[in-house]
Write a protein that binds this ligand. Structure first.
Ligand code: VGL
Ligand code: ZN
Length: 210
């Protein structure tokens, strides 16, 4: 059975200067580059998710009746209202310029449906539609995933929980993640929830020594 590295949303808008900047978000780019190189050397697959919204996405506060960071409801699901971010074809939606993209084997976009948000790289938030990621991994007999990226408390968390539910063995590179932290301890709690659900938390240096 095979392994893959899954990089979550390493995009300009989640890095300092971006529309939905995560504190220190760009610090994970160097971590990603080392994990990519190690995975490539081992013959493991490297895949990435990319948040990819239409400008009229209804998770954007401007397209809703709520304020940025507040909790509301969208089509029956709880929804945090976000600043406009990762709009398709915009500079903010591009991967960070320092990310070593050459060794990324496939990119999976999410969040295109304006009526539903999509934190996980596998499913939308209502588990209504599936991205192509699970089939892609299954076709290559991947059973183990190492996951890192942005943001710990949203897209990393829900990607990890879905991966576990789909039956993958999951490692999370904890120092390769940074969170939004609407509440100050959201990222710590997210990492705990991932561990509780069966993910193994590792540091980059542990991952490199494996
Ligand atoms: C994300 C909020 C909205 C993320 C994406 O990548 O964690 N968070 N869209
Ligand atoms: Zn988004």
């Amino acid at each position: 059975m095979n392994s893959a590295l899954l990089l979550i949303d390493l995009q300009n808008d989640f890095c300092p200067g971006g529309a939905l900047a995560v504190t220190d978000g760009d610090a994970v780019i160097a971590v990603a580059n080392q994990a990519i190189a190690a995975s490539h050397d081992r013959g493991d697959w490297v895949v990435a998710s990319q948040d990819w919204h239409p400008a009229q996405h209804r998770s954007f506060a401007v397209n809703s009746s709520g304020k940025i960071g507040e909790l509301g409801e969208l089509e029956g699901l709880p929804q945090v209202w976000w600043p406009v971010h990762c709009v398709q074809e915009s500079a903010g939606a591009e991967f960070h310029p320092r990310l070593q993209q050459r060794q990324i084997d496939a990119v999976f976009r999410k969040g295109q449906d304006p009526a539903i948000d999509s934190y996980s790289a596998f499913f939308d938030n209502g588990h209504r539609a599936k991205t192509a990621l699970d089939d892609w991994l299954q076709q290559r007999n991947v059973s183990t995933l190492t996951i890192m990226g942005l943001a710990t408390d949203y897209c990393v968390k829900f990607s990890v929980l879905d991966a576990l539910q789909l039956g993958y063995a999951v490692q999370v590179i904890s120092d390769g993640c940074r969170g939004v932290n609407l509440q100050p301890d959201d990222s710590d709690r997210a990492l705990q929830a991932m561990q509780q659900a069966g993910a193994q938390l590792v540091t980059l240096s542990q991952f490199l020594q494996r």
